[in-house]
Design a protein around this ligand. Structure first.
Ligand code: OGA
Ligand code: NI
Length: 364
């Protein structure tokens, strides 16, 4: 396998590393800095000029991420076919879409956002006790999970829950525990439906993707983007693609998520009650580039923002090789990627930071 096993962390000057370390050891995250009353952001949050948003690269507001309405999915064959067609177009040309009428109650989505806000704005001791970079912990809190590799830090704190069958729900902070558990159940259902539709959109039997076991692990990251005193100098989340199969995201009403579409950044304007779904690297690869895993980022803001992303992934210990779906391949559509073990893919991703996609290492 040509994937790098261990890429050393970014070449950071010692003083910057020490500042990082000092910040990390507060175990209070970016919210802790804000609470301490800072008026200028520490140097290690300042992004290089070329990565900061430029107004000339923003798409006109008329350009909007597609909306897929699942309301009529069980109505008749014609409606189903139309949904499949819309999904196919959205996955191919946008890689991102809003799902509406997806059966998860809006009240539950609001409860999740409120619960996550409660955690991040709540008891400092609870947060400090959960603060950890230990990837074997199923529930943990940290700021900048890849702080030591990225170079410039992001203005964001994150509560992570890894649902891989061994998570003990009582480890989830009480303020958001019920909401997170209910929400996780609810999106498992939506993922079943989505996988059926995605199979159809690829021209495959409806149970094909479900059979690939790609909802086995759900990695939920509940983000808090604290109010930033100098939002024009940093980013909430650096430019990246998701290494997942698919990602489900809910966001509050502030906005700030942007996706790269035809060379322009398009705002993913919040739609109350909608789920934002995007194609991850693993689905782009499985679809042999028919569907696109698209670059996105989150702006920093003077107002706080909450979002919860859930990455749907295969079993991390899957023994079968993962690769382009064989039924899609032919003489005219040869495989663009090699087959690999999911465990090796995860290892490579973890070792190299959030900015580059692992897909390039797997290209044939
Ligand atoms: C992510 C992500 C977007 C957001 O967690 O991968 O892209 O709006 N989040 O927080
Ligand atoms: Ni993302």
């Amino acid at each position: 396998m040509a994937m790098p096993k261990d890429i050393p962390s970014a070449d950071l000057p010692n003083n910057v590393l020490n500042e990082f370390k000092e910040f990390d050891e507060t175990k209070a995250g970016v919210k802790g800095l804000v609470d301490s009353g800072i008026e200028k952001i520490p140097g290690f949050f300042i992004q290089p000029q070329e990565l900061l948003p430029k107004s000339s690269e923003i798409a006109p507001p008329t350009l909007q991420v597609p909306i897929i309405d699942l309301g009529a999915i069980h109505k008749d064959a014609g409606s189903y076919k139309q949904i499949v067609q819309e999904l196919q177009q959205a996955s191919d040309s946008w890689g991102f879409f809003h799902l509406v009428n997806h059966s998860v109650p809006k009240d539950l989505l609001d409860e999740v956002i409120q619960g996550v806000k409660g955690f991040h704005e709540g008891d400092k001791d609870v947060k400090e006790k959960l603060y950890s970079r230990d990837r074997t912990k199923k529930v943990r809190f940290a700021s900048n999970l890849r702080l030591y590799q990225l170079g410039a830090a992001n203005w964001r704190d994150t509560l992570t829950c890894v649902f891989d069958g061994s998570l003990d729900p009582t480890e989830i902070p009480l303020v958001c525990r019920d909401a997170i558990m209910k929400y996780r159940e609810a999106i498992l259902q939506v993922a079943e439906t989505l996988y059926e539709l995605l199979s159809a959109a690829l021209g495959l039997p409806s149970d094909q993707i479900r059979g690939m076991n790609c909802a086995k692990t759900q990695l939920m990251v509940a983000h808090y983007y604290p109010p930033c005193p100098e939002p024009e100098l940093t980013l909430g989340t650096s430019i990246h693609t998701d290494p997942s199969f698919v990602t489900f995201l809910i966001q509050d009403d502030l906005g700030g998520l942007q996706i790269l579409h035809d060379g322009h950044w398009v705002n993913v304007a919040p739609i109350p009650g909608a789920l934002v779904v995007n194609i991850g690297d693993l689905l782009q690869l499985a679809s042999n580039d028919k569907f696109k895993s698209v670059k996105h980022r989150v702006l920093a803001s003077s107002r706080p923002r909450i979002s919860v992303a859930t990455f749907f992934n295969p079993d991390f210990d899957e023994k079968k090789l993962f690769g382009p779906i064989k039924e899609l391949l032919s003489d005219t559509n040869p495989p663009l990627y090699k087959d690999f073990l999911v465990a090796d893919y995860i290892k490579a991703y973890v070792s190299k930071g959030l900015t580059a996609s692992a897909l390039s290492y797997l290209k044939l």
